[in-house]
Design a protein around this ligand. Structure first.
Ligand code: HAM
Length: 426
């Protein structure tokens, strides 16, 4: 036997037992996003490297050390997208959507970051994101947050909480940055290497350091909230007022700064305590400067993205994964003639009952061995075709999970019954 080639570290397979939960999440998201008037944007996986450098920021973890960047055959530097916001802006500019006015968009798909893999953190992971362009008021911030809250409601998730903050305008943040750096310099000896490195490049990120020693320094640092400009404060208050009235609870976390550079004003994260260290299932915020920075007219924007792996894990932890099997009905066909006739019959059943998941037994074998397979398939119903049924134009109808006795039906009766019946496994 030759040596097996394994998957690349941090890149996962999703077998059918898992993908059923993914489909559950994707279906709810597609329905909820559409119900708020968001249209799907399908984006390429590869972009010019400069797109991410210019948007996410040169001195962020993502751009500094996590991107999958490579020269293509004619020497252009390309990158597997580490997130969707920059790509979505690029696409909305390229397709002329931004120029047409207000846009509400969503996207889904794999993203790539060369992080250290652990539970809830992978090198290929999947996001579903939503972005709104052309609206500057707090109303759309609230809409975006309410929409995410509805996703959890429809998925049935209980253990999620919302944290909210405002990063202010670039000007007020710049002023705060100076005050913060001055304070941190006075405590430089108490900082770790990572925080020291960030002092010059991205000092605000030191605020959400996980190191307890750094946290102790941060505890007494000047607060971003105390340096917020009046308009940003009023904007945040207005978002909160709509959330209050709509019954969405939240807490203001003054240390919430986010790891990407493009944010301004409102930022938020949905966090669960069920999943350990990687508990942020959804994150986003306003990025009013980004569209202009990427070559468009000044256009306000806000959005979020959720991590599907983390959502799926949470659904499992909360016991919300729907029971799933591969089949509703298993067609047992014993004998050579019946084995052959089974396929034409199966096609008739599919015509009469579209959506019914029907497995036709392949590979012959005894009645007993076929029945074992029927049972293992998870189907709720076995249909039995043997030579005698074939000769009399009938079929055996046997519920597999204790829902009544075996019956003999004509083919017509069978088709009518299956057409009426809701698929067992749905
Ligand atoms: P982000 O915080 O980098 O934001 O990622 C959003 C979500 O993607 C995270 O909260 C997490 O659930 C998931 N995620 C991120 N990295 C990983 C990973 N390595 N493994 C598994 N899941 C992960 C953004 O990407 C922004 N584009 C969000 C946004 C949209 N802001 C405005 N619009």
């Amino acid at each position: 036997m030759s040596q097996r080639i394994r998957s690349v570290r941090g890149f996962n397979d999703i077998p059918p037992s898992e993908s059923a939960i993914w489909q559950q999440v994707e279906a709810v998201c597609a329905r909820v996003l559409a119900s708020y008037g968001y249209g799907e944007m399908r984006l390429p996986i590869v972009e010019s490297t400069d797109l991410f450098k210019r948007s996410i920021g040169e001195v962020t973890d993502i751009v500094e050390k996590e991107m999958y960047t490579f020269p293509d055959r004619n020497g252009d530097s390309l990158t597997l997208r580490p997130e969707g916001t920059a790509s979505c802006v690029r696409a909305a500019l390229d397709t002329g959507l931004v120029q047409e006015g207000v846009q509400r968009l969503w996207y889904a798909g794999p993203m790539f970051r060369h992080e250290r893999p652990q539970r809830g953190r992978y090198r290929q992971f999947h996001q579903i994101g939503a972005e709104a362009y052309g609206l500057s008021g707090p109303d759309v911030d609230a809409e975006i947050i309410l929409m995410s809250a509805r996703l959890w409601k429809e998925l049935g998730l209980k253990d999620v909480r919302l944290e909210l903050n405002s990063l202010g305008t670039p000007e007020s943040r710049g002023a705060y940055r100076q005050v913060l750096v001055e304070y941190l310099r006075q405590h430089e000896s108490e900082l770790d290497e990572d925080a020291k490195r960030r002092l010059d490049s991205n000092p605000l990120r030191i605020l959400d350091s996980k190191n307890p020693q750094v946290q102790a320094v941060v505890e007494n640092a000047p607060k971003l909230a105390d340096h917020l400009d009046d308009e940003s404060q009023a904007h945040l208050d207005a978002v909160c007022a709509i959330l209050d009235e709509s019954g969405v609870s939240y807490s203001i976390n003054p240390k919430l700064v986010r790891g990407l550079d493009y944010y301004s004003r409102t930022v938020f994260e949905w966090i669960t305590d069920t999943l350990g260290a990687q508990g942020t299932i959804c994150a986003g915020g306003r990025y009013d400067g980004l569209i202009e920075q990427l070559g468009g007219k000044p256009t306000p924007a806000i959005g979020f993205a959720m991590g599907i792996e983390r959502l799926v894990e949470l659904i499992k932890e909360e016991g919300l994964a729907r029971e799933s099997s591969a089949a509703d009905v298993y067609l047992v066909a014993v004998g050579e003639r019946a084995g052959q006739a089974a396929f034409a019959l199966a096609e008739k059943i599919r015509d009469a009952a579209p959506g019914l998941r029907l497995i036709t037994h392949c590979g012959g074998g005894s009645f007993k061995s076929q029945f074992k397979k029927a049972d293992k398939s998870g189907a709720g119903l076995a249909l039995i075709l043997g030579d005698s049924e074939l000769d009399s134009g009938t079929i055996g109808y046997k519920p597999l999970r204790g829902q009544g006795d075996q019956e003999t039906l004509t083919i017509q009766e069978l088709l009518e019954r299956l057409a009426d019946q809701k698929p067992v496994g749905h």
